[in-house]
Design a protein. Structure first.
Lengths: 259, 272
């Protein structure tokens, strides 16, 4: 019997994802064998099975840490990107805003985030607030820069075309500038999402009692290398899933799908 | 010279669609970097006729179109569309523009691009789509309504952009080197089709080009411009009759027109 086109499609995507998956599996197996064969100290490099066991032993606590960090990332991401879009719109709309905001925008990027994190802890305590702020500070810049560029990417001739019919700046924004900026916005969001993960972890290092960053720091100070790997591994998985989520949003809402 | 010539061609027509009267345009007036782009331009574009502005790059022919569209104001003299100024004409939807590039919105289908200007005018969806479909047929894009711009060739994109300009229902069509970005074969084909469209959809056309053959083939009147500062050097009626056929381009009269116009152009540019 002939296979349906659906199963061909499925086989196609298996073929597409197979090489990296096989490579990953091979790497983990090699790692396992290496640590066993050379009797590498657990303190230096725990084996994958040992790391997995440490994660299982943590049990619900691991989900708690993950949930805390996820919450901080998403909240910081939201605050950072809403700010970014608002600033970008102001910069494009009013020349004065550009002169006023741009220097501070650039300055905000030269601030060493890890160094100001303690200050934020002094101001806002060890709760969620300082983590959200550091995350927002880290992830708003890529979006802001991309959206400014996107809003300005409209062809001047297209602007003339709209002016031929209406002088309205709002119509120009709604029908030309806004749609032009969407692919740029998503390009910014992707970079922003990877920055957000770093932001939340770094902020937890300074003062926290839960979260994956806290777990990594705690494991380090108590010489639990296996737990460190659990924290780092979980962060990587979380980061990749969030990045993929932005990619799905892009596919659903952005128009540049050709090529 | 230009005055006399323009009066001569104006006489037998029904009315004047565009009137340039002593139009000058100076950039940075009063400063050291003062540049005179246009100087004392005077001519009329009779209603319903196809008029080309022929000139070398940088002679200000596109600037002249921008003045008609009201995107720029002259520093002296006046531009009138019918009896009103360009901004007024724009508000009344008298003007259509086709640019050198198609400038289609890449996130909209052909149908949505062609009906775009009507959408900005708040025409109801059913009405604007009916109008757009009509013009999509007219420019030969039937069946491509739902294609995206990137799926079309350069020539087809430019057809869509012409359909968009016509669907808006202007009485004057301004075309700024619309075939300049196309290859030679497509360009010839588009010239034929443009005349076909123009015949069915009688509008005044002001067409900017630097191709002598294209100007002669398409036009009732060719206005030759020279550069630095841009001014009118010759206004030549092209009495080849219509409809224009392929064979026109090999006729003695056609070549004679080309020769005269080319001589005027070369006198300005110089042959090196």
């Amino acid at each position: 019997m002939l296979k349906s086109p659906g199963s061909f499609k499925f086989l196609g995507s298996v073929a597409y994802y197979a090489p990296p998956v096989i490579a990953l599996v091979a790497f983990v197996i090699f790692w396992e064998i290496y640590t066993k064969a050379f009797e590498v100290s657990v303190f230096i490099l725990p084996s994958p099975s040992r790391i997995f066991q440490a994660g299982v032993n943590l049990g619900p606590a691991l989900w708690g840490h993950t949930w805390t960090t996820l919450y901080e990332i998403l909240l910081g991401f939201l605050v950072g990107n809403v700010t970014a879009v608002a600033l970008a719109y102001a910069i494009v709309r009013w020349q004065m805003a550009e002169r006023l905001i741009y220097p501070f925008l650039l300055a905000s990027q030269t601030i060493p985030k890890l160094a100001v994190a303690p200050l934020l802890v002094i101001w806002f305590g060890t709760g969620v607030m300082p983590k959200v702020l550091v995350t927002a500070l880290l992830c708003f810049f890529p979006t802001a820069v991309n959206v400014v560029q996107g809003l300005r990417s409209a062809d001047p001739a297209t602007v003339d075309l709209v002016r031929l019919v209406t002088p309205s700046k709002f119509v120009l924004f709604q029908k030309v500038q806004f749609p032009s900026a969407i692919p740029y916005f998503f390009a910014g969001l992707k970079i922003s999402m990877s920055s957000a993960v770093i932001g939340a972890i770094v902020a937890e290092w300074v003062g926290a009692s839960k979260g994956l960053g806290y777990l990594i720091l705690y494991a380090g100070t108590s010489m639990r290398t296996d737990l460190m790997f659990v924290g780092v591994g979980m962060t990587v998985v979380l980061g990749m899933m969030l990045y993929a989520a932005v990619g799905l949003l892009e596919r659903a809402f952005s128009w540049r799908r050709e090529g | 010279m230009s005055l006399a010539a323009s009066e001569a061609v104006q006489a037998p027509t029904a009315g004047t669609a565009i009137n340039f009267s002593n139009v000058s345009l100076t950039y940075g007036a009063g400063s050291a970097a003062e540049v005179q782009a246009l100087k004392d331009i005077t001519f009329d574009v009779p209603a319903g006729q196809f008029v080309s502005i022929l000139g070398p790059s940088g002679c200000g022919k596109s600037t002249l179109l921008r003045l008609v569209a009201g995107f720029m104001q002259p520093t002296a003299g006046s531009v009138k569309v019918g009896s009103v100024d360009p901004l007024n004409a724009r508000e009344n939807g008298l003007l259509g523009v086709v640019f050198q590039q198609p400038v289609l919105l890449p996130w909209r289908s052909v149908l949505d691009n062609v009906s775009f200007l009507l959408e900005l005018k708040h025409e109801p969806k059913a009405k604007r789509e009916a109008i757009a479909k009509n013009y999509i047929d007219l420019v030969g894009l039937k069946g491509f309504e739902n294609h995206m711009p990137h799926q079309l060739s350069g020539g087809m994109q430019q057809r869509a952009s012409i359909a968009r300009a016509l669907a808006f229902g202007p009485s004057v069509l301004l075309m700024d080197e619309p075939f300049g970005a196309l290859d030679a074969l497509t360009r010839d084909r588009m010239a034929f089709d443009l005349l076909d469209i123009w015949k069915r959809d009688q509008k005044t056309v002001l067409f900017v080009t630097h191709s002598v053959q294209e100007a002669v083939f398409l036009s009732d009147i060719v206005v030759v411009m020279t550069s630095r500062p841009g001014c009118v050097r010759m206004i030549r009626p092209i009495d080849l009759g219509r409809p224009r056929e392929k064979d026109h381009r090999l006729s003695q009269e056609f070549l004679q027109h080309c020769k005269v116009l080319l001589t005027e152009l070369e006198a300005d540019v110089g042959y090196h």
